[in-house]
Write a protein that binds this ligand. Structure first.
Ligand code: F0G
Length: 456
């Protein structure tokens, strides 16, 4: 059989409001040409993020009904903690209301002003949280990531030679933690191989530096290892996940991705002393250590979701349905990052709109055009997101200008994605007439969320 079916039935639906191009011209002007500032109901297909937007299962909804809302020591907490321990293997589990809260606590305890935190590629919130405490986030993507067209299977890898050189140059004392993000979201949703994780761990341990995994899309990464890395074909995806985390000293997790949560996250470590410092901050900012910023029913839903996300039929469907979109784009000659990642499709806006300079934000222009064309909401991952150094105030082109079409889990069907493909094709045909953009107003940190833009 060639057709990949969605391995679920739909039991509850949300209507989509259809708009006209004329409506959308007004709506995007009102949103200052920033897709984050649109009302969600004015969007036809929402590919802004795969975070918190997934469809929960009937099992997870059922589990929510038995949420124990006791302030301390709730049944739901133990169910959550035991599931996290079983999959991730760390001794200390600290619940938080989402991933960035875990980052904020971790970096608040570990990162001193002037110190460095290497990563394959920082996501904007890890970058922002390190900047916020005066540290320097450092991206060390592997060299293969430069070539968007090659079919290198693990473009999410870290440049481990670069990491060793960086440690030699700056000294381990100024590097409080080394991170790797699986899958590498800002680097195109590409997976990291087990060999790379093992090598980072070896380097970190030799230098005496703790090694953390930003685990948001750990199940997709684990399944990529099963599908693409020699020696893992016959290993269960859950065991691949367990092996991955066995090389690390801790992790941060947003449960809004690979666990279908609408909210949630956690921070793990094997270091009891560190965990106690982290819990002190947790109590002040998130909540008591047995619920973090979450309701008991959220803890229940996440515990169910963490098991479901490792279901290999689901993961086959998930990875193949993203690949379906990427392959159609490649066949049409449209510049897109290859091979397909897990949670998103990344158009190469710099090559899609080669007449627009990076500092005129080709990714932003393309996001506005896709909205105008078909009501599709996407997010720029490029110079708007990463071009401004908040410490020096200097702006320069990001390494890449990508437009991310993030695919919520179990939400859209193949015909929704066919509609998206048609819209991209229509914008592609009229690309020469698309203009660049300028920023009219923006804050210093995380400017992409709220900046106002206009056409040049
Ligand atoms: N790390 C990565 C790799 C992420 O992709 C995200 C969130 C976070 C950390 C922060 O987690 O949102 O729960 O606080 N990414 C979302 C996205 C927002 O659209 O990619 P959070």
């Amino acid at each position: 059989m060639k057709t990949i079916i969605e391995p679920f039935r739909i039991k509850m639906v949300e209507p989509i409001k259809l708009t006209t191009r004329e409506d959308r011209e007004q709506l995007i002007r009102d949103a200052h040409h920033n897709t984050f500032l649109l009302r969600a109901e004015d969007v036809i297909i929402d590919l802004l993020t795969d975070s918190g937007t997934s469809a929960m299962s009937s099992e997870a909804w059922g589990a929510m009904m038995r949420g124990d809302e006791s302030y301390a020591g709730a049944r739901s907490w133990f169910r959550f903690r035991d599931t996290v321990k079983d999959i991730f293997g760390f001794e200390q589990v600290i619940p938080t209301h989402q991933g960035r809260a875990a980052e904020h606590i971790l970096f608040g305890v570990m990162v001193k002003p002037g110190s460095f935190v290497p990563n394959n590629t920082h996501f904007d919130t890890t970058r922002g949280n390190i900047d916020f405490v005066g540290g320097h986030p450092v991206d060390l993507p592997c060299k293969e990531a430069q070539d968007l067209d090659s079919d290198f299977p693990f473009k999410g890898n870290m440049d481990t030679e670069g990491l060793e050189n960086f440690i030699a140059e700056h000294g381990a004392d100024d590097i409080p933690v080394i991170m790797v993000t699986v899958t590498n979201n800002s680097g195109g949703g590409q997976p990291v191989s087990m060999a790379n994780i093992r090598e980072i761990s070896r380097i970190a341990r030799a230098a005496g530096i703790p090694f953390y995994i930003d685990a948001c899309r750990f199940a997709e990464n684990s399944h990529f290892i099963k599908c693409r890395e020699a020696g893992y074909e016959d290993v269960a995806t859950i065991d691949i996940a367990r092996e991955m985390f066995s090389y690390a000293d801790g992790c941060t997790m947003s449960a809004k991705k690979d666990s279908f949560g609408n909210i949630g996250g956690f921070l793990c470590t094997n270091d009891a002393e560190l965990a106690s410092q982290e819990r002190n901050i947790l109590i002040m900012t998130e909540g008591f250590p047995t619920y973090g910023g979450l309701a008991g029913r959220d803890l229940e839903a996440i515990a169910v979701g963490l098991r479901e996300t490792l279901d290999e039929h689901y993961l086959d469907y998930r990875l193949l349905s993203t690949q379906y979109v990427v392959e159609h784009l490649i066949d049409a000659g449209i510049p897109v990052m290859a091979p397909a990642g897990g949670h998103a499709v990344y158009l190469d806006a710099r090559r899609f709109l080669p007449h627009i300079e990076p500092l005129q934000y080709p990714g932003q222009a393309l996001s506005v055009e896709l909205y105008l064309e078909a009501g599709i909401r996407t997010a720029e991952i490029g110079t708007v997101m990463f071009g401004l150094d908040p410490q020096t105030g200097k702006e320069q082109p990001a390494r890449l200008d990508l437009l991310r079409l993030a695919i919520p889990r179990r939400v859209y069907t193949q015909s929704h994605m066919d509609y998206v493909l048609e819209a991209i094709q229509l914008v592609w045909e009229r690309r020469a007439a698309i203009r660049g953009m300028k920023i009219v107003k923006a804050p210093k940190f995380l400017r992409h969320f709220t900046a106002h833009f206009d056409w040049l």
